[in-house]
Design a protein around this ligand. Sequence first.
Ligand code: T6T
Length: 324
Amino acid sequence: KSLTGLAALALSTLALSGVSSAQAQKKYTIALVPGLTTDAFYITMRKGAEAAAKAVGADLVFQGAPDFNPVTQTPVLDAVIARHPDAILVAPTDKTQMVQPLKKAADAGIPVITVDTFIGTGTYQTGSGNADFPLAYIASDNLLGGKMAARALAKAIGDKGKVYVANVKPGISTTDQREEGFTAEMKNHPGIQVLQTQYNDDDANKAASQVQSVYARNPDLSGVFGANLFSALGAANGVKQGGLSGKVKVVGFDAPTSVVGDIKSGLIDAVIAQHPAEIGYYGVISAYAHLTGQSIPVMIGTGFTEMDKSNIDQPDVAKFVYKD
Ligand code: T6T
């Protein structure tokens, strides 16, 4: 008897709390649109985003293009908007060309947060300009990262010689800022001459052959700064293929698994590893906070770990090598 009574009580309690518990249990869907899918940087970002989604009970949808290009990113974004997720985290592949495609999401009432890269000036929610509508920007401090790379390369080449930046293409906020930081810091190193930037369109093979053509024109070339994963990987391969290891020093951005061997062998002197899992984690947490009525910071800066021969074996450094 008493069991029946308890069951009835439980049932009526459930019925009474039905509305509020349904609200509390709303499962949000948060979409993450990376710069491209086949890049250990974004694969690692996805892992962080998934961890945060699990923590708050949200669903994460990861959908991206096979290359880093606004022309291929736009239709992916359109497809994501059509599914009407509760929020979109996106790494825009161009500062200006992705403004209108992202505006469509905002116009459809979907909160937009940019991760890794920004649109416009990257200063959002100011009420000025046409690209301030994203709620937040969560990323590395790429200007600082470029300066750190310059200091590491200056050290590797004994503060003198010719260097150049291997970069993706102009118009990408991250790699533009890294080059800007690099060039600014090199002004403090008068013995170093920065040659013209070589653009590779995120193609490591192109970055590799550019090392050899720059070297052919400048046999006194001392160093290369690879401003993202494929630029650095390609630059290192170019140095290796040209038999220039030790003569032309490489400092890179990003930390794919191959970086460990390349640092140990001396092919790469140092890399500035980003913390992409942190970007994904705080991206999801920010979206969830916004969706549940909290205010969120308009800008969150995530960390770096500089990796070189002296620390690459330390677990607290090695843990920042990207996941495949
Ligand atoms: O360096 C990252 C990212 O920060 C940049 O925006 C694009 O290139 C990477 O994804 C590395 O390939």
